[in-house]
Design a protein. Sequence first.
Length: 152
Amino acid sequence: MHYWLMKSEPDAFGIDDLQARPKQTEHWDGVRNYQARNMLRDQMKKGDLAFFYHSNCKEPGIVGIVEIVRQAYPDFTALDPENPHFDPKSTPEAPRWYMVDVRFRKRFKRTITLTELKNHHALTELLLLRKGNRLSIMPISAEAWNYILELE
DNA sequence: GCCAACGTTGGC
DNA sequence: GCCAACGTTGGC
């Protein structure tokens, strides 16, 4: 059992969009960073929980929790020339990119903002807060997970 | 919209 | 294998 943080731009796909999907479930496509892909593909397991993080928006921060309900399988958006995430180097025989399915679990009553997270010394180890970290998928320690839950 | 901090690409 | 050029991310 691992904990994660997954970033998405709410203008493109926010937690409200996930909640509105059939079965409140959607595939998490578009991961195009090798480090993030490796973690997603090799370490994310069915039943893992992840914070849903809104990035590149007015109030960046953690807005809720999702559950991994299907482990990594090839990201079909990489194979579709019409898709903005198309990658000509990915093929059905040798898929380069992967995705998981996530299901909505909880929306926080408020956004736990990036600004707020930075103010907690207990979270200095958090990858999210490290300078220059742009990973869209990152692991969260159990300690940090529980600490952040208390902030809601 | 700016720009720092990367990651990727490709010439050599 | 180096590294300059380029593209992307994402906070501000």
